[in-house]
Design a protein around this ligand. Structure first.
Ligand SMILES: [Zn+2]
Ligand SMILES: [Zn+2]
Length: 96
């Protein structure tokens, strides 16, 4: 997803403390929802399909706490679909 890549690059400049704040500032809510939908079509690997928030109503924050860091158990997939989904969800919640 080009837009996400672009936003990640911007985040890497270090002006924002967290990615979701940047997303909240840069995206319209509709846009964010569209990105969330397309992230959810990603079938990169089983690990990323599990616990990937598919809507803003899910309790992604709880999951995120327990998440740290099964991601270190690398299975060779560097896709950011799940990671980005969570940031997007948080951003959308902040837009309310
Ligand atoms: Zn994956
Ligand atoms: Zn993926």
């Amino acid at each position: 997803m080009d837009l996400m890549k672009q936003l990640e690059d911007e985040y890497n400049l270090g002006e924002y403390e967290n990615f979701s704040s940047l997303l909240r500032d840069r995206l319209e809510k509709n846009q964010a929802l569209n990105i969330l939908t397309s992230l959810n079509t990603c079938n990169c690997c089983l690990k990323h399909t599990i616990n990937r928030p598919s809507s803003v109503d899910e309790h992604y924050l709880q999951e995120q706490q327990s998440e740290s860091y099964p991601d270190n158990i690398k299975m060779g997939c560097n896709c950011k679909c799940r990671h980005n989904s969570r940031h997007i969800c948080r951003a959308i919640n902040d837009m309310k």
